[in-house]
Design a protein around this ligand. Structure first.
Ligand code: AMP
Ligand code: MN
Ligand code: MN
Ligand code: MN
Length: 276
């Protein structure tokens, strides 16, 4: 069976590897089908596709859209999109355009906690002019000695309720799904186990996602415990969602799983790739 990894980031958002290097690493690790899913941007897909063609890997064109749902930020992975689609491209540009002002607000919040110069500090880690994210602040905070490694930063900074967290209005769930569908893609709720919601809240999110036309949920993700993988497999079956799998790889030293390091999907779910 081919090996799938349908969630990964490059330097076009907050990943550490350029698209071609990411694809080459995936191929070397035995991944047959890789989706590049940069946050709110499809700029890396041309380079990734060329690299994939050169090394015999199948590249799925994707993106990971930032969405506001109730008081939460949730992520929707788009898979098998046409990156040239104007509706999606305009939507992604609209999501990205708030990021710089948000970054200034993050820096002001960190300044109030005694950490100066965070905007300029984070900017030095940015690898695409179009996108600044909390990951870039996290790298700055490690460099400045406020945490040992990026995986630790979010325990004390940048997460809800911590210095450096600011509320932000992203896309709406129905808009994000509509843009993905306009571009011919499938909408996948990313790492559902990561959202801080009650069981009732999760059912509401899954219901809203389904009602807005969502196609699939990530069942396998390094954000999930084994029990959560089983739980989301059950949710996929009962809500009628396809099941996806991805490492959410961001680069050497920053990720919980390397490219392709995923178990098989649990029995009884329909893989999202059955649609291709
Ligand atoms: P942003 O889209 O700017 O809010 O940044 C979100 C990114 O920060 C995610 O895609 C992750 O790469 C990173 N991130 C968020 N929370 C954590 C966490 N708890 N641990 C590690 N990385 C995180
Ligand atoms: Mn990220
Ligand atoms: Mn995400
Ligand atoms: Mn991601």
């Amino acid at each position: 069976m081919p090996r799938y990894d349908l969630h990964a980031h490059s330097t076009y958002s907050d990943g550490l590897l350029a698209p071609a290097a990411l694809v080459e690493r995936a191929a070397a690790r035995g991944v047959d089908v890789l989706a590049l899913t940069d946050h709110d941007d499809t700029g890396g897909l041309a380079e990734a596709t060329a690299a994939a063609n050169a090394c015999g890997l199948t590249l799925v064109a994707g993106a990971e859209l930032s969405v506001s749902w109730e008081v939460h930020t949730v992520h929707v992975v788009a898979l098998a999109i046409d990156p040239a689609n104007r509706i999606l491209d305009d939507g992604l540009a609209a999501i990205r355009c708030g990021r710089d002002a948000r970054a200034h607000r993050i820096a002001e919040s960190l300044a109030r906690a005694g950490i100066a110069g965070a905007y300029e500090g984070a900017r030095r880690f940015v690898t695409s002019d179009r996108l600044i994210s909390r990951s870039h602040f996290a790298r700055f905070l490690v460099e400045a000695g406020h945490a040992r490694e990026v995986k630790d930063v979010f325990k004390r900074y940048l997460a809800v309720g911590k210095p450096g967290y600011v509320a932000h209005a992203w896309a709406s769930l129905p808009d994000a799904i509509a843009w993905i569908h306009a571009a011919g893609g499938l909408a996948v709720l990313a790492h559902p186990g990561r959202y801080k919601v009650t069981a009732t809240g999760m059912r509401r999110l899954l219901t809203d996602f389904r009602d807005a036309g969502g196609d699939a949920i990530e069942v396998l993700s390094p954000s999930h415990t084994a029990a959560q993988c089983a739980e989301y497999a059950t949710h996929a079956r009962t809500f009628g969602f396809l099941a996806s799998a991805g490492t959410d790889y961001h680069g050497p030293g920053e990720s919980w799983l390397d490219l392709g390091d995923l178990p098989d999907l649990p029995a009884g779910v329909v893989p999202v790739w059955s649609k291709w």
